[in-house]
Design a protein around this ligand. Structure first.
Ligand SMILES: [Zn+2]
Length: 449
């Protein structure tokens, strides 16, 4: 079979990357994720695909490609697609974000998943504390510069800077030419030079095809344009304004943000207190000698939610939660030291505020992307209601995981591939102005390499 690329997701939408690479007898999926608003025309307002139906309810609306030899027997048991032995050689995972790996749980477990070493640790932490879609799979780990042989393909992973550690792009050598895939990237993070490394490796390969993300390529880029360093400065400013409690919701697996907030807490004589889930991840990541994250129990403390009896009793907590009880802070502890705490509180844990009973005049730092759709706006309103209820001030401070338009264009021009394919964007047509041959993908359309 001639070498080709087929996009089954991330076409005219942000996330849901599912890219099939075929060369001779080799078939590899690059990422296999869930789109952010996947199927929201059908699955919304409390309607969800039934677990018992495996992939069936998603096939119904074309939300997963019906490809033989890809899914597990369990995923297909109630569908018209017959189970056959795997025909896909591997899944190459760029990074551990749901929009890149969320659907791997449906894939036949005997299909190996290639992932970065850091990704394997993030997966372990998720697996221990909740669930990971990679749970049933054999993980084959890589680092930057490794050369992986998968059938007729040679794959070179190269790190990129993104809002989660262990993010990669790939250069794939097929029997007919090279393909470069950016994954998700930015240049403005603390490790922006890693994205430059990717660009120069991709350039060396003189690829026939470059597949690039373009989350922020839009007629109007609503995202705040801060660097991680600016997030630190802004946060310090906000935290020093108040002698009362400070709290923030942010993605705990964004370790750049954890480090930034740890520094901000230090500079304002506060203690950063994180969720148990984030603490589990930070402990796992201590094993990664290339990463620096704060130590649990020493540099960060852990918030202990009230459970069962209300007293801290081991038996009320899951096994994975118990080790944190010793260096935990309860709602009462936070209440007693409110001016000395910077608390990480995921929005689903906001009801904890009821127990903390903070005094008025504290600050809330909203550290994720601004709302870009109605659902997001609704969520923002609810957050603001909680913040207003306790008499706190609301501050939006965030550095995006994605490059703005300029950076994407610069990368496309640097790599200089014969043609490029914009994915992971709602506005692929805007890429036509990049002065390079642009192929706008369609779902299921084969693009020759
Ligand atoms: Zn993504």
């Amino acid at each position: 079979m001639p070498a080709s690329l087929t996009c089954y997701g991330a076409v005219g939408e942000i996330g849901g990357n599912k890219l099939l690479l075929e060369d001779k007898d080799t078939k590899v999926f690059v990422d296999f994720g869930t789109c952010f608003n996947e199927g929201s025309d059908y699955f919304d307002a409390g309607i969800e695909p039934r677990h018992v139906n495996g992939a069936g309810d998603l096939f119904e609306f074309g939300l997963l490609p019906e490809i033989p030899g890809l899914y597990s027997e369990r995923a297909l048991q109630n569908t018209s697609l017959k189970y056959v032995e795997p025909e896909i050689d591997a899944i190459l995972l760029s990074h551990y974000h749901w929009d890149h790996m969320g659907r791997i749980g449906f894939v036949d477990p005997s299909i190996p998943v290639y992932a970065g070493e850091t990704t394997a640790l993030i997966h372990e932490a998720a697996s221990e504390s909740t669930y990971s879609p990679l749970d049933d799979h054999i993980l084959k780990t890589f680092r930057t510069g490794d050369r992986l042989r998968i059938g007729s393909l040679e794959v070179v992973p190269i790190h990129v800077d993104h809002s989660i550690p262990g993010a990669y792009g790939f250069v794939v050598y097929t029997s007919e030419g090279a393909l470069a895939y950016t994954g998700d990237f930015r240049f403005h993070g603390p490790l922006g030079s890693m994205t430059e490394d990717f660009a120069s490796e991709a350039l060396k390969a003189s690829p026939s095809l470059l597949v690039t993300e373009g989350t922020r390529v839009a007629p109007k880029d609503v995202r705040q344009d801060l660097s991680e360093e600016a997030v630190l400065q802004e946060t310090v400013k906000v935290l020093s304004k108040s002698k009362k409690l400070a709290f923030s919701s942010f993605r705990g697996n964004d370790t750049d943000r954890v480090n930034t907030f740890h520094k901000a807490a230090q500079k304002t004589e506060r203690q950063l207190v994180v969720s148990m889930k984030t603490a589990t991840l930070l402990e796992k990541l201590q094993k990664d000698k290339h990463l620096k994250v704060p130590r649990v129990g020493k540099e960060v403390l852990v918030y202990v939610r009230r459970k069962g009896s209300g007293k801290i009793d081991d038996k009320d907590y899951y096994t994975w939660e118990r080790p944190f009880l010793d260096h935990g802070m309860t709602a009462t502890d936070v209440h007693d030291r409110q001016g000395e705490v910077f608390l990480h509180l995921d929005i689903w844990n906001f009801p904890e505020i009821i127990d903390i009973k903070p005094e008025k005049g504290g600050v809330y730092v909203h550290s994720s992307s601004e709302a870009f759709n109605e659902e997001g706006e609704r969520e923002e309103d609810v957050i603001k209601n909680w913040v207003g209820h306790v008499g706190f001030s609301y501050h939006q401070i965030h550095a995006s995981g994605h490059s703005p338009l300029d950076g994407v264009r610069r990368l496309v021009q640097t790599v200089g591939a014969e043609k490029f394919v914009p994915i992971h964007t709602e506005h692929p047509e805007l890429f036509r102005s990049f002065k390079r041959k642009c192929v706008i993908p369609e779902k299921g359309m084969k693009i020759p390499i």
